[in-house]
Ligand binder design. Sequence first.
Ligand SMILES: Cc1cc2nc3c(=O)[nH]c(=O)nc-3n(C[C@H](O)[C@H](O)[C@H](O)COP(=O)(O)OP(=O)(O)OC[C@H]3O[C@@H](n4cnc5c(N)ncnc54)[C@H](O)[C@@H]3O)c2cc1C
Length: 421
Amino acid sequence: MTDAAVAKAQAAHAGLEAPRTIVVIGGGQAAGWVVKTLRREGFDGRLVMIADEVHLPYERPPLSKAVLAGEADIETVRLVKPDDFDALNVEAWQPDSATAIDRAQRIVRTQSGREVQYDRLVIATGGAARRLPDSLVQTSHIAYLRTLDEAVALGERLRASKRVLVVGGGWIGLEVAATARKLGVEATVVEGAPRLCARSLPPLVSRFLLDLHRANGVDVRLKASLTKLEDHPNDANRIRATFADGSTLDADFAVAGIGLTPHTALAEAAGVKVDDGVVVDHFGATDDPRIFACGDVANHPSAWLKRRVRLESWANAQNQAISVAKALLGNFEPYADIPWFWSDQYDVNLQILGDIPADAQLAVRGDLAGKRATLFHLEDDAIRGVIAINTPRELKLSRKWMNQGRTIDLATLTDASTALA
Ligand SMILES: Cc1cc2nc3c(=O)[nH]c(=O)nc-3n(C[C@H](O)[C@H](O)[C@H](O)COP(=O)(O)OP(=O)(O)OC[C@H]3O[C@@H](n4cnc5c(N)ncnc54)[C@H](O)[C@@H]3O)c2cc1C
């Protein structure tokens, strides 16, 4: 990120007056961090947050873990305690849904008929769990997981079930399966691809997850092409799944974790550039200098990956939002974090940092089969990406080295008998 880019962003916003009213659409983690940061940075103007869920901003990672298991609730996952939120003096219009952005008049309209004029607008609308096609689903016994209310309902249903069918072998599907097993529920995961988490993991780690789930009693079926999901012919309270090879599988109900559809319709209808998410620059600004976007809905240029990316991760939702809040107030600090994501399944904490191409040659430190290993992707002796399996300390150190651009000797890195320092 160059000084020239900062200067360019400043120039694009130079003609604008300082904001008196900032409107944030969305009420998730990114929206929560925008309003928190704006007040922390001294913004004392009008702040309106339009959010379609009933809850104040909360964090989603526990939804597929502790909340699903019945071990956590809204109080545990809140981003801001209600009293602290009150102190932020935010007009929270919720539950209400923003239905239109009129860029000419700078007005946002909502479903309930309200409208507000903005000086700056933030689109932090996240996304929705992608739905299986209607042509395939002929039962009501199908659940999706994106919101707290969905997680609570799904948890109750899981605890009352004997067998669940999980459609999709990605992060959400695997975490749901792991929680189901923890609750003593039989779980089958069906995945169309030949391996698990194929979009974000190299084959070696997909294999690790496959072994992990099978060892925990999950029936994982790869290259499984689901053709029909319907009520069980003899019991309308259960389901039957049919696959392309003619085989069938019965379960109490199904959960689908097949990805996310970003909520871009509002931006698109308003003529803001959208291409796999709302297109923003290093500061979260769209092609309209008054409109910004952040979190799961934003497609930004990643300095680390050297390409545009739309990230779906806790760290991105928080830190991109902080950068956007500062830019709204004219303080242009580029968002240049190294992408970071984690997942918890059974006794495994798996973290991914940086760039791990599917065909990366990984240097392995530790013992993958023993569930304690760090895998490095190196380029010119510098770490480009890390996968840490129960090795959070090594991930932390790697992050430091990656930020410093430090080069490392491969033999040192892979010698697990010597601590990394
Ligand atoms: C079950 C689950 C588990 C996860 N686990 C992990 C994990 O272990 N590690 C990790 O790094 N990340 C994890 N994530 C990802 C992380 O939680 C997300 O990246 C993060 O929540 C994104 O925040 P956001 O604010 O951008 O979007 P969201 O959290 O989706 O918030 C957007 C909000 O805006 C609302 N909205 C949308 N359109 C409108 C509108 N027109 N008007 C009003 N409101 C609107 C939406 O309903 C939603 O409430 C997980 C996500 C889920 C769902």
